[in-house]
Write a new protein. Sequence first.
Length: 277
Amino acid sequence: MTPEYIIDANELNFEYEVVSFSKNVPVLVDFWAEWCQPCKMLSPLLERLVQEANGSLRLAKVNIDQNPNLAMQYSVRSIPTVKAFVDGHITAEFVGVQPEARLREFISRLTPPSPLELDLEKARGLMNVRDWTGAERILSHVLEQNPNLDAAHLELAKCLLAQGEAEQALDQLDEIPAGRPYNSATLLRPLAQSLNDLQKGNLIDENDLDAIFANSLRLAGQGKIPLALDGLLDILRENKHYRERLAHQVILGILEIMGSEDPQTREYRAELASVLF
């Protein structure tokens, strides 16, 4: 825990640590209790997002059993309840566990983007035009400043895979702890592992489909995405369950790298659906 960004607030220090402090940066107040299981689900997410904010946001945790007057003063009727203080006033709030995407949206409305967030968006812009090396440089700089920024590890893994750096990409994916709601990391791993196996000479090569699979991986690692996808789709046309759906999983990983905004992504998703169904 980073004391500067994440604190325990109580009835004695609330006015200073929350109300007054919110005139400098927004303060999220997490009303919780030891017996509350949903609180234990929400709290780690809030703490991680506040740490990612790197000083542009503070989290104050209030145990309602120890501070019943605060709970009464701020009309806390159910927990977890989170209230956002800005300039000394409550500006937004929510009740109950929320998905990470919604929490990020909630926080984004409270704080201007940090320099690291701006760099992250700049890197994503370069990735959209396939400038993988330029994006890699920015993402490496971001991670030097904040090694715990999971989104940067994820985007860097995509850049590395697009350049054929499978082992380094796996290292980046390993930096994202299991259980966090990063579906993209799960989608990328079969591609990263298969490409790494190919590069280390550990890929099975017993028949024509295996040869097509290996060649598709090589093409993907060279940035020749359409050719790689065409080969993988040919495999699925012959055998939808090839190597326990590995070809299907690798396609999903490649589409994740391309991004949802790429017109070719939509075209290949439609073609994948037509092959499978």
